[in-house]
Design a binder for this molecule. Structure first.
Ligand code: 13P
Ligand code: SF4
Length: 314
């Protein structure tokens, strides 16, 4: 009898589909994906393949990014409700008004935003390339950074570059507790603390490494330490444990007694929903063609800067 995984594998071939998974998905989903990565790597990988269909096991803004970069592909998702608090914290009319009230500024939008927000942005960044993107903008320009205030404030300090920040946040990463992290650090002296820049500044001040999911994974692979304290969504522990079975990965604690550092949106995706999506080629992501046309420029600008090419600023 065919297992669920066997069925998904057969459907992938029948549909000529590429399955992409973010590091925050369940381990079983990561294991069946053709490629697992951070948000930048997933966008880059999707551009390199000839598959007619891409299934994004991640959140909807990641699937929209694939659609904007490759409008001819059929992009499907296991669950269309897999949103992101940063998307809901940046409603387009307010975001547009913010931009309009700062004429002549450069709007840098974190990739965790809607396709509409991307379409009014000057450049997009992810947590993996944000520093390079900000550095590429002439000092004479005022920078508006949204929608993640915590990533923005981290960049502002690290690069000594003042920016206007939009007040959005990741509802998952803001729950890590600086006070409890301090206690945990005392219990594990010498364990490097790895944190995603969506965490609050009070948490980041304890971190030895601040970076994207792929950066944190690289640290676990390359650092000979035997214990790591990790302040990000625990889905990535799957790859960390695979890479370093000899090491202990300790979850940074949340405030209160909840185990609430799982992203509820990433975790909406299941193997059953993946099978159904590949079978029905639905739910399909659609982005209006005028939004695709406008959102492609800031995404392509991001890709160029990431590749070390220079770009023109207005
Ligand atoms: P990465 O770009 O580091 O994969 O992060 C995406 C994300 O949603 C973090 O919460
Ligand atoms: Fe959005 Fe936070 Fe979930 Fe990442 S972890 S997808 S930023 S809600």
């Amino acid at each position: 009898m065919k297992t669920l995984i066997d069925e998904i594998r057969s459907l992938k071939v029948e549909r000529n589909a590429l399955v992409l998974a973010h590091y925050y998905e369940d381990g079983a989903i990561q294991d069946l994906a053709d490629f697992v990565g951070d948000s930048l790597q997933l966008a880059q990988y999707s551009q390199k393949t000839n598959h007619a269909v891409v299934l994004m096991a991640g959140v909807v803004f990641m699937a929209e990014t694939v659609k904007i970069l490759s409008p001819d592909k059929t992009v499907i998702v296991p669950d269309p409700n897999a949103g992101c608090s940063l998307v809901t914290h940046s409603p387009i009319e307010k975001y547009k008004a913010w931009k309009a009230s700062h004429p002549g500024s450069v709007l840098v939008s974190y990739v965790n935003c809607s396709a509409e927000a991307k379409s009014i942005s000057d450049v997009i960044c992810t947590s993996a390339n944000a520093e390079a993107i900000i550095r590429s903008i002439p000092q004479s320009k005022t920078i508006l950074f949204g929608p993640d205030r915590n990533l923005g404030s981290y960049l502002q300090k690290k690069l000594n570059r003042p920016m206007e920040l939009w007040p959005g946040a990741c509802e998952v990463h803001v729950l890590f507790s600086a006070r409890k992290l301090y206690e945990l650090k005392k219990a594990h002296p010498g364990a490097p603390i790895l944190a995603h820049p969506e965490c609050l500044d009070a948490v980041l001040q304890y971190a030895d490494v601040v970076g994207s999911t792929s950066r944190l994974l690289t640290e676990v692979k390359q650092n000979p330490a035997k214990t790591f304290i990790v302040a990000t969504e625990p889905g990535i522990f799957h790859q960390m444990k695979k890479a370093r079975p000899d090491a202990e990965i300790v979850q940074a604690p949340a405030e209160g007694s909840c185990a609430c550092n799982e992203c509820p949106y990433m975790k909406m995706n299941t193997l059953e929903k993946i099978r159904a999506a590949l079978h029905d080629l639905s739910p399909e992501i659609s982005v209006a063609s005028q939004i695709i046309d406008r959102a492609r420029m800031p995404l392509e600008r991001m890709m160029k800067i990431t590749a070390g090419e220079s770009v023109q600023w207005h």
